[in-house]
Design a protein around this ligand. Structure first.
Ligand SMILES: [Mn+2]
Length: 361
């Protein structure tokens, strides 16, 4: 899948691409991208051999049923010896082989060299990443479903907020509600923060109890068919203070401004600069401590999106997050995050949980 697109991104010709998914803690998401095998199966220790017009998969007997769901040629091995023989046979006389250096361990690279001998190996990781950055409508529809699950859950979460409950209890409910709606997994460890903890952008839920007047920040996402959503909503438990309202309204305004600037051809760095400039023009100067957004796809942080540190020209079909925040130490923070598709003249917003008014729970 996506073979033509990947080959058109290559800086130099290669005879084939060889993608190895070791599995465990070294999953190569490119394996799933090139094979399109996203509906099930782990594919540990599997190879994908990619040509400009087809992809061959070498996988184990355990994955046979899952592998057959795709439209690749499948080669099944029972032992690692059989796997290496299949690899040698299928790679044949290819002289120049593209590998993904960013996910291949040195151990596996040495094993490939031992099996295939002296060939010309080149890194094609960036070319695959360039192809992955622009989603086709099928991929966008999968992300749309992941975004729908997360949005529906964000909307019902206030029903579960009770005085005295702990952050991890609300986090457990969040995960449960996503899986109940068909998420295959969570996209990442959910952030659920109460009160002063909301001032920490990458907080991990702990034992803090919910009190009246707390900000409640939830940053989470659903995984669906291996693609991810990523959304953040911030509430106040009880009655909001003037200060809390002011922070919320500032973030909401700049978030909508940011979304309004997203379109084909726009500069990601410029959008991020404008978002920061806006916040820095208010009394919350310097209190947005991260960039405005990132690319979203098979990885939660798929590629650079809206960042002053590394410019990217937005292209139609990219999916990015827009997530400004203001973090006031000791008081708390607000972040509002939506997932959007870059379209020709605007952004198509995929996440839809209410945000127009600060919700007091
Ligand atoms: Mn995010």
């Amino acid at each position: 899948m996506h073979e033509k697109k990947i080959f058109s991104e290559l800086k130099e010709d290669v005879d084939l691409l060889l993608i190895y998914n070791r599995g465990g803690s070294t999953v190569d998401l490119n394996f799933f991208y090139v094979t399109g095998l996203v509906t099930g199966g782990i594919f540990e220790g599997s190879y994908a051999i990619v040509y400009p017009d087809e992809t061959k998969v070498i996988t184990s007997l355990l994955e046979e049923t899952s592998a057959k769901k795709g439209d690749n040629d499948i080669y099944i091995f029972r032992t690692s010896k059989e796997r290496e023989e299949l690899l040698k046979k299928l790679v044949g006389e290819a002289k120049k082989i593209g590998l993904n250096y960013s996910s291949l361990t040195l151990e596996d690279f040495e094993k490939i060299k031992k099996n295939l001998g002296d060939r010309n190996y080149v890194d094609v990781g960036q070319a695959i990443m360039n192809a992955r950055m622009i989603k086709d409508e099928n991929e966008i529809n999968i992300i749309r479903e992941a975004a729908k699950i997360a949005s529906e859950v964000a909307e019902i979460m206030p029903d579960f907020m009770k005085e005295g409950m702990r952050e991890y209890e609300l986090a457990a409910r969040l995960v449960y509600e996503m899986l109940k709606r068909g998420a295959s997994d969570v996209a990442f460890t959910s952030i659920v923060a109460f009160g002063e903890n909301t001032a920490e952008p990458h907080y991990v839920p702990g034992a803090r109890k919910l009190k009246k007047g707390d900000f409640v920040l939830m940053d989470f996402g659903a995984k669906y068919r291996m693609y991810n959503s990523d959304t953040t909503r911030t509430f106040v438990f009880g009655k909001a203070s003037e200060e809390q309202r002011e922070i919320y309204d500032t973030v909401l305004r700049v978030q909508e401004m940011g979304i309004g600037m997203v379109r084909d051809g726009a500069s990601g760095a410029e959008i991020d600069s404008k978002v920061h400039d806006f916040i820095d023009s208010t009394k919350y100067k310097g209190l947005m401590t991260h960039s405005t957004g990132h690319g979203l796809g098979l990885a939660v942080h798929d590629h650079v999106g809206l960042s002053r540190n590394m410019d990217v020209t937005l292209r139609e079909g990219m999916v990015i997050t827009v997530e400004p925040g203001i973090y006031v130490p000791d008081l708390g923070g607000v972040r509002i995050e939506d997932d959007v598709v870059v379209r020709k003249n605007s952004a198509e917003v995929l996440t839809f949980a209410k945000k127009k008014e600060l919700i007091e729970v």
